[in-house]
Unconditional design. Sequence first.
Length: 540
Amino acid sequence: MATTRALTEETEVFRKSSDTLMRELTQRHQALSDSIERLIRFQRQTLTLKNSDSIDSALDIMELLLVEILDFTYTSLQYRDENGVFTPIRQICPENMPFDYKLMEWVMSTQELSLLPIDAPLEEENLRSLLFLPFGPRHLMLLWFQQEPDAFTREQEVHLTILSREMAAVLDAHYYRVQIDKARAAMSDIIESVPLGLVALDCHKRVQMINSTAEIALGVRRQDAVGADSGKVLPQQLVQLISSQSLENAIEEAEVSNPMPGREDQFLGVTISRIRCTDDFENSGLVVVCRDLQLSREVQKLRELDKMKSDFLSLVTHELRTPLTSIVGLSEALNMDDSDNVPQQWREYLDTIHSEGTRLSRLVDDIIDLTRMEAGKMDYQFENQDPNEIIGSVIMSMTPQLEAKNHQLECDLGEDLGECRIAPDRFTQALINVFSNAIRYTNPGGVIRIASRRADPFPGAAVPTILVTVEDNGIGITPENMNKVFSKFEIGESVRHHTSGTGLSMSICKQIIEEGHGGRIWLESEVGKMTRVYIQIPVS
């Protein structure tokens, strides 16, 4: 009897345990089914990201999906550029929210979801956890929320991982579309900047692209040409040329007539070749390059005229140098005769011959230097030298001119210039030209100031510079003549009666300083008060 009662009790206990276990299994099965159903529904929702019509709408959908996964307080989507610099592109958080960029970089390197506790919780919002969600190699989402890290569930992790993968694909696709658009825009700008007409045809001879130069040269409009058959929009001679050639190789300088209103005699130089951007040679397109032959011929004529001018100047200057040297030397020798056999009037004539001969000789030297500079044959013998030594020798050579006009000289030469790479002869020539102008355009009894010092580097460079200034209190230069100072053969109206020069000296200075030494030369001036010339050259 007792045994039967015990067996009955055990059976009842087993039945109750079985019922409890079955209920637990049923509940877990239902929870698992619900979780799977939520996961499937969430995956379907993430598919809408790829169907978004813009990146902004995709970001809006992403934020709605994040709200379904967890209850966050703040969010920030960061973009990392090629230099590793993070920039927020969309965020909802205080402006003073702290960002640990080293930690963000580490998360980007691992490309794994990372959940960290906030060591010093922000008491205002009671923020306890920070979630890093990488969206591929360029984007990172940061989420701040109030729950503790251990309250984060496995289901939330799975959903966030799916969202991360889908959003990374969307953002990467957007990034590459932007890069492709930029490349296309850059290529379009390059094509539009080419000074030749470009027309691209597909394998069916339809116009695919035409630049603005080709529009003008061919007399067609882009909106009419693109997509149309080439035979309907291009000149007939050009169409016949395209059709009659096998085009295995490029056609070199074929000439076609293209009469247009006002240009009945227009001829175009044309080159046609295959577009070799595909392995399917038979179905590849064509590119047509055209140029206005009349314009090319005129440019060629101008080049020939410029060469003739340079050759003429070279010939004349070299032929004049020898007789001028003789005239200057002989007039100086005759004027050294102290006897009374030379009348005073003859001495005046000799002085005039000597001064004018010297001026012409200086002009010949300037023209020869200018011709060499334009031809790129100016000789620069560089060496390491202290600029103050060159300035001192220039002052000594110009002392007679200073004394002749009773000018006062003030010097302020820096003591810490040191040596720099310089062409002494050419630098001396430039300084003498500037110094001579200061003396010439300052009335007798004026003040000439020369200074030198070390200066900051040029913008964008790291090499220190030497700055030399030459200032006078002379007649000055009017604003409308400031742009003429460094032009060839230009002399401002306000200084014409003060000089017998040719307007070449400052042009030569500019060539020597800027092209020869890689420096800069500029000036400041006030009419009737002063002119200050700046010469700046790099130390090395």
